[in-house]
Design a protein around this ligand. Sequence first.
Ligand SMILES: Nc1ncnc2c1ncn2[C@@H]1O[C@H](COP(=O)(O)OP(=O)(O)OP(=O)(O)O)[C@@H](O)[C@H]1O
Ligand SMILES: [Mg+2]
Length: 345
Amino acid sequence: MLTKEAVLKALSTVLDPDLRVDLVTLKMIEDLEVDGDTASFSIVLTTPACPLRGQIEKDARRAVQTLAGAKEVRINTISRVQSPKSVDIDTNHFNHVIAVGSGKGGVGKSTVAVALATRLAAQGAKVGLLDADIYGPNIPRMLGIDRLPEGDGPKIRTAEVMGMKVVSIGFLVQDGQPLIWRGPMLHTAIKQFLTDFDWGDLDYFVVDLPPGTGDVQLSLAQSLPISGAVVVTTPQQVSVDDAYRAISMFDKLEVPVLGIVENMAYLEMPDGSHLHVFGEAGGEHLANRAGVPFLGRIPLDPAVAQGGDIGSPATSLNVSSATSEAYDALTCTIAAEMSKTAFKQ
Ligand SMILES: Nc1ncnc2c1ncn2[C@@H]1O[C@H](COP(=O)(O)OP(=O)(O)OP(=O)(O)O)[C@@H](O)[C@H]1O
Ligand SMILES: [Mg+2]
């Protein structure tokens, strides 16, 4: 006869492919019921952002179906993003906070932050994107928005673009004017970004940082617990050296570095070969040297640059399938790294 115990035992042989831990230990099985020869349960994934969900469901079904007395297996797969560092600030709830940084300017932080945020949102996650680049807030242009919506609630309404909530420090300044806040004033501003806007309940809060190792990074790390930092570099040595400094800064701030993204890694030629415009594998070598994960490489793609300029981010653009796949894989890897942090404690 089929029992709950037997089903749980079978499910404890099924591993989450990212975390390499079984579904029962991960507390991913809920609402388990056994009725005669039918077993039903929910699988609670740690992120909606992964194609692996199909695989886990398949493995779970197979494990239970082989049990004596089992005829039907009903599985309801859902996702619930949880972080040990989740924090409530006022009425806002931030689960995973992801800071996207670099040492050098212009390496593609904002592009990566937008691609990551839009993809997480497209897969059903509740996503917020904060452009905290006080020197050159580019997100408004990249997303084709220039102001916040009207509203008279207790909090300031965020912009809503492609299913995510977006706020840019650029909304608060006049076109083209640089911000010259430093120290305490900047710190207050960053705190207000977290309290005064109606972020609501977020699974992922993506923060696009200015380049370098300055006040914004410090203020952000002091204002809320960051699950992890994604460090973007091009393969070029100058960029890699600066990225190494950024990693050291995150270490000092006790922000875990999720890993390195190598942007503008290569140009795909018409014959399919790769031209390494800025050198080869600089990002990967950096990851090895710093002892952090290598998250992936994004090709140099003219459509990405064009999309950033006309306010149409890579997701909605006709970027090459290689670029699109690279962003998808990167998003999945970052989501998996986030989930891992939830089980490292
Ligand atoms: N993979 C890519 N292929 C082609 N162009 C890219 C790619 N990634 C970024 N770009 C372009 O390079 C420029 C710089 O990118 P982006 O603004 O994302 O860099 P950044 O690191 O955020 O810069 P900053 O330090 O000024 O904030 C932009 O014009 C962007 O469209
Ligand atoms: Mg930027």
